[in-house]
Structure formats: structure tokens, C-alpha cells
Design a binder for this molecule. Structure first.
Ligand code: ADP
Ligand code: MG
Length: 637
């Protein structure tokens, strides 16, 4: 902490003293570099932090600069009034460019944003209001009382302050609630939606942030050069900007700044060889993408990892596993169970779900009473996961109705259902890979709606206070689930059983009324299955209703009061565990799946039986099938 403050202080002093050592041309280059740094921070927020490919950043830059130019030269606005309008206009453009992100992702989004940028460039080159290819000159100087900004030395300080504030604000966003959600969306937008993140609004927010920085950069540029022309906002410059962000490290805003300043300086040195320089940047970008995908900013942590691995050799894994022993779960406080005559919490009425000719769910009806632990079993491909996807809003039922807590939720979105009190885990684990365990929990704990991001602009103490509250609750939850020892680890580095437990903890962070567990015992060893049974019981006793898809019949029989059996998308039996395993339809269904070995004998099993085999750590993080026969197919979700 002290070290950091010292570094920061030294940097600030160096930045403050810098102009004293520079000639008039050098300071001009530095001023340009700072403008690129602002642009790069905006790119980093959209692309690196939020995962939204944005190739329209030069257009945002251009909208800011041109709006200011037109308003000051043509409409008689003062510089600062025009600057405010210019930034607002850029943000409006950003929201417009962000609209396609609601429908498409990855390279499609890249193509569309690039297309919009090209359209903009075309327009400024040809329209008369923008001065065509000649651009607009005669932009007035920004005025500050007592400071003559016609001196590039003094202009530097204006830029420095804006950049420092911009970087500080960006880092504040990244490290608190909004940024965590944006990063969760980048890692896994489906899981983030299931945790209550309003994905469409967050996507727009990513573009809003990118355009805000683009607009600021545009205003500063127009004030510095006092002349705007199309070539500044060319596609060539867009790619230089992209190179800055990739070389610096798109996930780190500081990396983006370093990349922007570094590449501007290099570009200046190489200005006599600009033809070859362009090629050179391309080569460097390719090399970075291949060998250092996290950019310069990622190199320290990669180096550290490398050294650690060399030092500890193979023993490290075992040591890590030993350190990573799960602490026991601390049960929730039990509440009184609701009477069994209460209105059902979940009511599924004749739900059918078709996938292009394949009927995954066929007229399924099912009610779950509050306080119940309901088991859902069935052969692979019988529609169990699809049923969860319909309940949690990932899929929309082709026909039929889903009611939750007395409301019709057939067409509700995942985040709406999450806010209403539905939480789930995933058959194939969907933890946020680039977030720490603690951050995974924090994302789910955070129940604030996206529209509260106005606080970031107007009332930052509100954000800080909320953050503190969330962190306290995250610590409690980590301790309850025995996860406090690896709160700062990346989930992917932890043993499989622990990852499963993190998923349950994350789902419980929302204090849901209904918890959907999709094969929570898959891949767990016998001891872990026993612990799981205890956890699920405690969750139910705390007032959360549980629906459990499971292949481990010992666990189902020991936990569930009622079991629903699906086969071929339809309900073929429902009743107590003992009743369903004796039902002829059920035996036949499993026989048809040639998984007779999976059919439990109709005697009650007292304690959770151990899983079929002690689970080795699964390759590539995908779970081994819970039951040896009929290897479980990777369900889509
Ligand atoms: P279970 O969880 O019981 O093993 P699923 O619900 O995953 O089964 O799948 C039921 C059927 O629906 C399977 O035949 C599967 O291939 C199909 N299915 C599930 N999701 C999709 C999807 N997104 N698109 C097409 N088919 C799907
Ligand atoms: Mg499934």
C-alpha cells in the first residue's frame, strides 16, 4: 500500500515536471499521446473490460471534435459550452452504435461498428457542414481564467488533469460493482444474467463509457490543434488505436495508457519510415496476440507465474491441493417450514419446448411446494436441463405457462427471474473465469439495478458505501461455505469439487426463494457428496426451496421428499423416491436407455451413497459423467 502510494506520488511529480525538460515539438507529441491515452481507456473499458468489440472509437473521437468545431465556428458557441454539447452528442452516438450489441456479438459486432465508423468518415469527408476534405479551421482557443492555453506547455497540464481524472474514474468503475458486472458479462454473459445482471443495459453502458472517453478526447484534440480534418479520424488511426490497446493490455486500463503513449512516441520516431512502420505495428500486434495475449500489462503476472512454476516444480500442485482443503460448511439458521398446503412456489403448466423439430419438453406439468426438496431424474437427453432453462428464463417455452411465486414468468428474462428469487447452478459449471472467487460471489450478492449507475457520475460515496457492505457480506458467505482460504484465487485453478461448491455459494448469494441445482454431485467424490447433502438440507431449512437434477440416486433418495421422472421430454412418474423407482415406466425408461445399472433398487437408501467412482480432476474443466453408463452428453447449457 505504502509502496503503491510512493510510486503514484513519484509518477505524479514526474508528470508535473515533464514539460521543463521538453522542447516545443516534443511537448506537442506528448499532448497528442495523452489524447490517444484517453481514447485507449475508452477502448479498454468497452473491449477489454466488457468484452464488446468496438471499432467505432475513432468515430466517437470525430463526433466530439467535429461537434465542437461546428458549434464554435458556425454557431457562435463558446468553447466550454460547445464542449459539453460535444460530449453529450458523442455519448448519444455511442448509445446508437451500441444498439447492434444487443443483437450480435464478437466478430459480427466488430464488423458492424467498423461499418458505422466508415460511414461516419465518409460523411465528414463529403458533407458541406463538416468542410469536406478541407475540414474546419479557426476553432477558438479554450479559455481558463489566468491560464493562457495557447501555450502547449500549459495545455499539457489541462490534458494531464483530464487524463488523470479519466483514468481514476475508469479504475474506480473497474474495481467496483459496475465494472465487476461488466467483467462478469465478458466472461459469461448467460451466467451473469442468471445472477441478476441486466445484460442489455450493461452492453449499452460499455458503449456509453467508450464514447464518453472518445468525446473528451475529441474536445481536447479540437482545442489543441484548433483544426479538424477527416484524416485524423481515419480507419488507419482506428487500427493504430487498436494496436495500442492490444499491445498495452486490453484488460488493464493502465496498460491501455502505456500502450497509447508508447506507440505514439514510437510512431513519432519512425515518422520517416511510416510505410514500414505500419507493417511493423501489424507484426507486433500479431506477435502480442500469439505470445502475450494480455499485453504488456499482463507480463508481470505471467512472469511471476512462470518463476513460481520453475521454483516449485510439480510438487506445487499437490501442495496447492493440500492448502485448498475445503473447510466445513457452517449451516444456515433454520426457519419454520411453511405448511404443505401453501400455494405452490413453482407451477409449471403444460410446458412444451421445441428445438427445430426436436421436442425437448413435451407437455410437462409440475408443481413444487415451498420448503420442498424436489428431485428431477431421467436418462440423459430427457429434457431436465431444458426444463431448468425454461424455468430460469434462458429458453422461452414454445407453449404452456410457468408461474413462480404467484406470477406468470413464462416470458421473463433471466435477470428478472433472478431478482424475483430464482437462482441456479449449471451442469457444466459457469463460473466467471477471470474474476476471483470473491468477485464471483460479489457479482451475485449485488442486487442493485443497472440504472443506479447514475451514482458513478453524481454520488460516488454511495458506490463506495455499497461496495463495503457487499464485501462484508461476501466474507460472511465465503466463510459459511468454507471458501475463505481461496477467496483471491481464480476459480479455474481450484479442484473441481471446490468449483462446484463455489457455484452453489454464488447461487445462494442472492438469498433466492428457489434454488435450481443441475447435477451438483457430478464429478464429486464420496466425501464431497456427503457434504453436499448436508449443504442442500441446510439451504432448504433456511427457507429456500430446492429443485435438484441428479443422477446419483443415493443422494436423491436421501434428500428428496418427491421425485419427478422425465423421459423423452415428458413426465413419466412422480412420487416418493421409493414409489418412482418401483414404477414400471421408470424401469422401462432406464432400460430403454440401456442404463439398467443406474436404476436403483426400490429399497430406501439411508445415507448418501458414495459417487460411483472417486472422481479424478476432469480434463478441461468439463465434468466426468456422474453415472458410468451412458456418458452424459455435454448439454448446451
Ligand atoms: P438432460 O439435461 O435431461 O440430459 P437436455 O435438457 O440437456 O437433457 O436435452 C434434452 C434434449 O434437448 C436433447 O436431445 C438435447 O439435444 C436437446 N437440446 C437441448 N438444448 C438444445 C438447444 N439449445 N438446441 C437444440 N437442441 C437442444
Ligand atoms: Mg442436463
Amino acid at each position: 500500500m505504502k509502496f503503491r502510494a510512493a510510486t503514484l506520488g513519484a509518477l505524479a511529480v514526474a508528470a508535473w515536471l515533464l514539460p521543463y525538460g521538453l522542447g516545443s515539438y516534443s511537448i506537442h507529441v506528448v499532448n497528442i499521446a495523452l489524447i490517444y491515452a484517453l481514447l485507449a481507456i475508452g477502448m479498454g473499458l468497452a473491449m477489454g473490460v466488457s468484452g464488446q468489440i468496438n471499432l467505432a472509437q475513432v468515430a466517437f473521437f470525430g463526433v466530439g471534435a467535429y461537434t465542437l468545431a461546428i458549434l464554435t465556428t458556425d454557431r457562435g458557441y463558446g468553447f466550454w459550452a460547445a464542449a459539453v454539447v460535444a460530449v453529450l452528442a458523442t455519448v448519444a452516438t455511442g448509445l446508437f452504435v451500441g444498439v447492434p450489441a444487443l443483437r450480435m456479438q464478437s466478430h459480427y459486432l466488430g464488423i458492424v461498428t467498423l461499418g458505422l465508423a466508415l460511414g461516419f468518415i465518409n460523411w465528414i469527408t463529403n458533407a458541406s457542414v463538416t468542410g469536406g476534405a478541407d475540414g474546419i479551421s479557426g476553432i477558438p482557443l479554450p479559455t481558463l481564467p489566468g491560464i493562457d492555453l495557447s501555450s502547449e506547455y500549459l495545455y499539457y497540464y489541462l490534458e494531464l488533469v483530464v487524463c488523470a481524472l479519466g483514468l481514476g474514474f475508469g479504475l474506480f468503475v473497474v474495481r467496483t460493482s459496475l465494472g465487476r458486472r461488466l467483467r462478469a458479462m465478458r466472461d459469461d454473459s448467460l451466467a451473469a444474467g442468471a445472477m441478476g445482471a441486466e445484460i442489455p443495459l450493461l452492453r449499452m453502458t460499455a458503449f456509453l463509457l467508450a464514447s464518453l472517453y472518445g468525446g473528451l478526447a475529441g474536445v481536447l484534440y479540437a482545442g489543441l490543434i484548433r483544426y479538424v480534418a477527416p484524416e485524423t479520424f481515419s480507419i488507419g488511426n482506428m487500427f493504430i488505436l487498436l494496436a495500442m490497446v492490444i499491445i498495452g493490455g486490453r484488460r488493464s486500463l493502465v496498460g491501455c495508457v502505456v500502450g497509447a503513449i508508447g506507440l505514439t512516441l514510437v510512431r513519432e520516431w519512425l515518422s520517416d519510415f511510416s510505410t514500414y512502420a505500419q507493417l511493423g505495428y501489424g507484426v507486433v500486434v500479431v506477435l502480442m496476440v500469439v505470445f502475450a495475449p494480455t499485453g504488456l500489462a499482463g507480463i508481470p503476472s505471467r512472469a511471476k507465474e512462470f518463476v513460481n512454476r520453475r521454483r516449485h516444480g510439480h510438487g506445487r500442485r499437490a501442495e496447492a491441493d493440500d492448502r485448498a482443503r475445503l473447510r466445513p460448511f457452517q449451516p444456515y439458521e433454520a426457519v419454520e417450514r411453511p405448511s404443505s398446503t401453501a400455494e405452490p412456489l413453482l407451477d409449471i403448466r403444460s410446458v412444451t419446448k421445441d428445438f427445430r423439430g426436436l421436442r425437448a419438453l413435451d407437455d410437462v406439468s409440475l408443481t413444487v411446494a415451498p420448503g420442498e426438496i424436489r428431485g428431477i431424474v431421467g436418462p440423459n437427453g430427457s429434457g431436465k436441463t431444458t426444463l431448468f432453462n425454461v424455468i430460469s428464463g434462458f429458453y422461452r417455452a414454445t407453449s404452456g405457462q410457468v408461474r413462480f411465486a404467484g406470477r406468470t414468468t413464462t416470458t421473463a428474462r433471466p435477470y428478472t427471474l433472478s431478482l424475483l428469487g430464482v437462482a441456479r447452478t449449471f451442469q457444466n459449471l459457469r463460473l466467471f473465469g477471470q474474476l476471483t472467487v470473491r468477485e464471483n460471489i460479489l457479482v451475485a450478492l449485488d442486487r442493485t439495478r443497472t440504472h443506479t449507475i447514475w451514482q458513478y457520475a453524481l454520488w460516488q460515496p454511495g458506490v463506495v458505501r455499497r461496495e463495503r457492505r457487499l464485501r462484508r457480506r461476501a466474507q460472511e458467505l465465503l466463510e459459511r461455505f468454507g471458501l475463505a482460504d481461496f477467496a483471491e484465487s481464480a476459480p479455474g485453478s481450484l479442484p473441481y469439487g471446490i468449483q462446484r461448491r463455489i457455484e452453489i455459494a454464488r447461487a445462494m448469494a442472492a438469498r433466492p426463494r428457489l434454488l435450481l441445482l443441475d447435477e451438483p454431485a457430478a464429478g464429486l467424490n464420496g466425501e464431497e457428496v456427503g457434504q453436499l447433502a448436508g449443504i442442500v438440507r441446510s439451504i432448504r431449512d433456511s427457507g429456500t426451496t430446492v429443485v435438484l437434477i441428479e443422477h446419483n440416486m443415493g443422494l436423491v433418495m436421501s434428500l428428496c421428499e418427491r421425485v419427478t421422472v422425465l423421459s423423452g421430454g415428458g413426465v413419466i412418474a412422480e412420487g416418493t423416491p421409493a414409489e418412482v423407482v418401483a414404477a414400471p415406466e421408470v424401469i422401462e425408461a432406464y432400460l430403454g436407455d440401456s442404463a439398467l445399472a443406474d436404476v436403483p433398487r426400490p429399497q430406501p437408501v439411508p445415507a448418501p451413497a458414495p459417487a460411483p467412482a472417486p472422481a479424478p480432476e476432469p480434463p478441461g474443466g468439463s465434468p466426468p459423467p456422474a453415472s458410468p453408463p451412458s456418458a452424459s452428453k455435454e448439454a448446451s447449457r
